[in-house]
Design a protein around this ligand. Sequence first.
Ligand code: DAH
Length: 337
Amino acid sequence: MISDITTARDAALADIAQADSPDAVAAMTTRYAGKKGELAGLKKQLGSLESIDAKKEAGAAINAAMAAIDAALERRRTAVAADAIRIQVEAERIDLTEYLGKPKRGHAHLVTQAWERLEDVFVGLGFRVAEGPEVETDWHNFEALNMPIGHPARGEWDTLFVDHVPPEGEAGTTVLRTHTSPVQIRTMLDEEPPIRIIAPGRVFRRDTPDATHMPVFHQIEGLVIDRDISMADLAGTIDAFTKAFFGKGWNSRLRPSYFPFTEPSAEFDIQRPDGSWIELGGSGMVHPNVLRAGGVDPEEWSGFAFGFGIDRMAIMRHGVADIREMFSDDLRFVEQF
Ligand code: DAH
């Protein structure tokens, strides 16, 4: 009997060692460790043995053989499961070597970088950042800025109208803001002077994209309202900004111009260290009609405002030839900055 047990055990162990899949291990578990297995059969024959000692010896041998088989099955089960995972991983493997060796971190887009630097510089000069909606009323975008309906200057802004009738308004009175200047009105209506804000944001014009135009772009507006504000404060602020943003070797100048919302009005130019001038934006003393629209008394308060393109400024600073690059997702461009 002992030799039958040993033979059965060795055959089972040899077979189990060959099991190469979870299904094969399951089948062998039934076959060798189950109630109908060979060792279970031998166990049933224990009763037919003559002596108590022989029964004890054979019983102990069967239990030892069963334990060895259970342990072998368990080892095999673990190994086969690990194999199955390895095979699956191998099959689902994706080749990422393209990304190896040169781990890359993303960074803010050139427009965002310029926007954030502008905020930093102006906050350093004592300004607060204000915001307004991109979908704006005709009143905030034009009328309150001293451009009543029919005013010829409205034609300067190729306006996109929104097909929406506000509860209190008329059809055709909702626009995508054509500039950040309406934030001046919203700020004056919201808070008492003195006011010192900048308002960076997205603006919209009915323009076909080309090297110098985009239908969507970014501007930054500035507004200062206080007692006895003069053109000298405007010139000083523009110059302090120019030197803080571009560097010590840069200068600025104001050139007479016209905007409906300022009187007098000026364009401001900046001068590169090589002496050449570039036109940056518009500015002026806030028109009394604009102050009144914002609920500010022009007899008591005066102010200046300015506005310029963020994208335009960034492309000038970096020598980008085509403004459309600023709105493409071409990594060859994006990664240069
Ligand atoms: N809103 C003007 C534009 O879009 C820019 C501008 C000019 C803003 C003069 C101002 C200003 O605040 O005073 O072209």
